[in-house]
Design a binder for this molecule. Structure first.
Ligand code: FES
Length: 358
């Protein structure tokens, strides 16, 4: 008996549609009727845009045909938006709780200096706009079983995955002993202010401390220890700028024994790894020496070799290439890729000499 999974069935339907519509692609017809119908990529449509705080907006995205809608609180989705004729990809945490089974994904976008997509969305996004999507992903979510005592340390947009966790815990009546220490540059930039008030009112076991860094300065580790004297007994989750996460990681790795590991979410690629780098050979198109912090995509570009790419963050799969020889290390997932594997070169570095089959 052949057991067909949902994804097998979708592929089967896509194949049939392609055969029917050749020489045009099924999408050439379906997009005329509904921009959410696509047989070759995941799509969504922006349904609503609302202000979240100064410089931040909430965007509701309706997922299209075939988009996996299951996610864990704390995970992100990738979105690809056409900017000046080319798709720009970024990942954003889903701020709704999976327990609410909402029809749409909601993300929070904050305009940042040099943030090409965030600035574009702030200025140009409109309800009805079709975008591309990558399935929910990420390993920043609550462990199962959920620890009784929790500590969240966040800053700026780092609150976005944690608000989803807090909402889910609230829905499940499991917010009995949690502390959130959140830093924000200015009071007007605080996102989810009303929701945090509501959560605290509904859950006496939740304590929220907001630190306004333009007034109080950046939080220090001694201050954190003073604010949460039982920190070592808590399961810690942190999301924010790299500097904060590095300080927290160094802190958590030293001192008294702690039963829980620190879990962090980096919004940018963390380039620290044990990968050695090496000579990267691109078929017969050339080779270049790259260190263990330079992605294979960047190495190709430094040698003048153009490879397809999209999000440059390991989410859209546009950059996938075959690894013919050698070992490569994925900075995003920590995986080691063996010869013969398909690798996302935008987030993968050489661990020794490697050859790509291109
Ligand atoms: S460019 Fe998107 S996964 Fe590599």
């Amino acid at each position: 008996m052949v057991v067909r999974t949902t994804s097998d069935s979708l592929k089967h339907v896509r194949r049939i549609l392609k055969n029917w519509t050749t020489p045009l692609l099924p999408d050439d017809y379906s997009a005329l009727i509904n921009p959410l119908w696509s047989t070759r990529e995941l799509r969504g449509v922006i349904r609503q845009i609302t202000p979240a705080a100064e410089g931040s907006i909430l965007i509701d995205i309706e997922p299209g045909w075939g988009v996996p809608v299951h996610f864990e609180a704390g995970q992100y989705i990738g979105i690809g938006v056409s900017v000046e004729g080319r798709y720009v990809w970024r990942s954003y945490s889903i701020v709704t709780a999976p327990t609410r089974r909402a029809k749409n994904f909601q993300i929070c976008v904050r305009a940042v200096a040099d943030g090409q997509l965030s600035n574009h969305l702030q200025d140009n996004a409109r309800p009805g706009e079709a975008i591309r999507l990558a399935a929910p992903a990420g390993d920043f979510y609550l462990t199962d079983p959920i620890p009784h005592k929790l500590l969240f340390v966040t800053a700026g947009s780092g609150l976005t995955p944690v608000i989803s966790m807090l909402r889910m815990l609230d829905d499940r009546r499991q917010l009995s002993d949690a502390v959130l220490i959140h830093s924000v540059r200015a009071k007007e930039e605080l996102i989810f202010a009303e929701e945090l008030d509501r959560l605290q009112e509904a859950n006496p076991g939740l304590r929220v401390d907001i630190r306004v860094t333009s007034v109080d300065g950046r939080i220090t580790i001694p201050q954190l220890e003073e604010m949460v004297p039982d920190f070592a007994d808590r399961a810690p989750y942190a999301c924010g700028p790299a500097q904060l996460l590095n300080e927290l990681s160094a802190w958590w790795a030293t001192g008294v024994d702690k039963p829980y590991a620190l879990r962090t979410e980096h919004f940018t690629l963390d380039r620290a790894s044990d990968a050695r780098g090496g000579t990267v050979t691109f078929g017969n198109r050339g080779s270049v020496i790259a260190d263990g912090a330079t992605t294979i995509l960047e190495a190709a570009e430094s040698a003048g070799i153009r490879l397809p790419s999209g999000c440059r963050m390991g989410i859209c799969q546009t950059c996938v290439q075959s690894l013919k020889e050698g070992h490569a290390h994925n900075l995003r997932t920590g995986e080691t890729h063996e010869p013969g594997s398909r690798v996302r070169v935008c987030c993968t570095v050489a661990n020794g000499d490697v050859t790509l089959d291109i």
